[in-house]
Design a protein around this ligand. Structure first.
Ligand SMILES: Cc1cc2nc3c(=O)[nH]c(=O)nc-3n(C[C@H](O)[C@H](O)[C@H](O)COP(=O)(O)O)c2cc1C
Length: 436
């Protein structure tokens, strides 16, 4: 693999690095903030971020500078920035590492974003289970306040920015940006109908930007080293920079790996993550978190950038890469994921609320050896009635494991149903209308 310089994990991989303010400053931390405060006009920062090609690392991959540009110009009232530290996507654990091991990198990124979009109050919405991460952030913010990086008149300039940590209660849906805003407002975390978008009607109905931890952590480096430097890394022009991939499952070395975008799945799994944990061959890969359709070993050559993964039929999503070896039952694997989505469906939209229950029941029946011939048709019909018919992208996410396992491993479903047919009395195999 060609050598490259890590951006986001570089500090924390330096021996002895603790993530303290002193350590961060020693490595050049807060220089980007010093460079811009009162010296470079905020609009120029947004332009730099646009030129860098940085796209959101939370899932959808929306261009960050373009998103900032949607905030109404010359708006006089309060505006907000929310750092999405919910990291609720199964198989994803990069934001946690960025928070726990190098909190100031993300905080400096937040300050730069606030400066660019004229925000004085920012929130970090962190999932409830990240107790340690929340404590580390509180400590880092206290250090940053003492040093004059956060608070009134930062570094003597006219800019004032306060950052507050808000702990969620642990719901997958609260990672979705509008549910996150509802939760932050003290309400039940349910997604809002869009439009209007948070850029105009966000937190407390005010213009708001929601950005992911990893997205924000890139900003100090872009400001320090320039848009052109960042834009040249990875798979320009549409997938610039590096990406932290969280590799889990049946590999020798599970963990977070920062690689330039465009690295192939083969290189990520077999070089960085050490290959398969036993001598069993690779069977399946989820390339971008539980919501991303499965890939097969045929996809090992796919480049990990937004376009290539989408063209191959999945999505880069949250960067959670789950690897499964030969011998894994794919119907069982899809059921496990479906059980998660059923548990986490917020209940707002009928197709998702009711459909997820039907999907789980049908999948369980197949796995338990009680499958019926009509079940595969039922699964497809249910999925078609959920995807694209919900307020948020949760609906599309929950059908992905079933639809993609049906696409590549339909025979495993059929085998389970045939085994059931051979062991069950004939009348049980008749489709029963309306009963699942
Ligand atoms: C069901 C669902 C869950 C999501 N969970 C997360 C999450 O845990 N963290 C995150 O950053 N984005 C998550 N997102 C994406 C956010 O809605 C939003 O697009 C993102 O925070 C924007 O930041 P970015 O532009 O920096 O990527 C989720 C989206 C959906 C539909």
């Amino acid at each position: 693999m060609p050598p490259f310089e890590k951006i986001l994990l570089k500090n924390m991989e330096t021996p002895g690095y603790t993530g303290s303010l002193a350590d961060y400053e020693r490595g050049g931390g807060y220089q980007a903030l010093r460079k811009v405060l009162g010296k470079i006009p905020p609009a120029e920062i947004t332009e730099t971020v646009k030129k860098s090609g940085l796209r959101g690392r939370g899932g959808a991959g929306f261009p960050t500078g373009v998103k900032w540009g949607f905030l109404p110009k010359d708006y006089q009232g309060p505006k907000y920035l929310c750092c999405n530290a919910d990291e609720s996507e199964p198989g994803t654990f990069k934001d946690r590492q960025l928070i726990e091991r190098d909190p100031h990198q993300m905080i400096e990124g937040m300050l730069l974003a606030c400066y660019a979009i004229g925000v004085e109050t920012a929130y970090i919405y962190i999932r409830g289970e990240f107790v340690l991460g929340a404590q580390i952030l509180e400590r880092a913010l206290a250090e940053a306040r003492m040093a004059g990086y956060v608070g009134q008149n930062i570094l003597g300039a006219r800019t004032s920015i306060n950052i507050w940590v808000h702990r969620g209660a642990g719901a997958y849906i609260c990672g979705e940006e509008t549910a996150l805003l509802e939760s932050l407002e003290g309400k039940r975390g349910l997604p809002r109908v869009k439009p209007p978008f948070p850029a105009t009607h966000g937190l407390y109905n005010k213009p708001t930007v929601v950005n992911n931890v990893e997205t924000l952590a890139n900003l100090p480096h872009i400001i320090n080293r320039g848009a052109e430097w960042f834009a040249a890394i990875g798979s320009p022009p549409k997938s610039s920079g590096t990406r932290i991939f969280c590799v889990s499952g049946h590999v020798k070395r599970p963990g977070n790996f920062e690689v330039p975008m465009g690295t192939t799945l083969r290189e990520l799994i077999f070089e960085h993550a050490g290959g398969m944990r036993s001598d069993k061959p690779l069977k399946a890969i989820i390339p971008g978190g539980a919501s991303a359709p499965f890939f097969t070993p045929e996809h090992l050559g796919v480049k990990l950038d937004f376009e290539s993964v989408a063209q191959a039929g999945s999505m880069l999503g949250s960067g959670g890469v789950t690897v499964m070896e030969e011998g894994t039952n794919m119907v069982w694997a899809a059921l496990r994921l479906m059980e998660f989505f059923y548990h986490e469906s917020c209940g707002k939209c009928t197709p998702c609320r009711e459909g997820s229950s039907w999907l789980v029941q049908t999948m369980r029946r197949i796995v338990d050896g009680r499958g019926r011939n009509s079940d595969l048709e039922t699964l497809v019909e249910l999925c078609q009635n959920i995807a694209g018919r919900t307020v948020c992208a949760f609906g599309d996410a929950e059908v992905a494991p079933i639809m993609s396992t049906l696409k590549y491993w339909r025979h495993e479903y059929e085998e389970l149903i045939q085994q059931a047919a051979m062991s069950a009395p004939a009348e049980l195999m008749m489709p029963v209308m309306g009963k699942h």
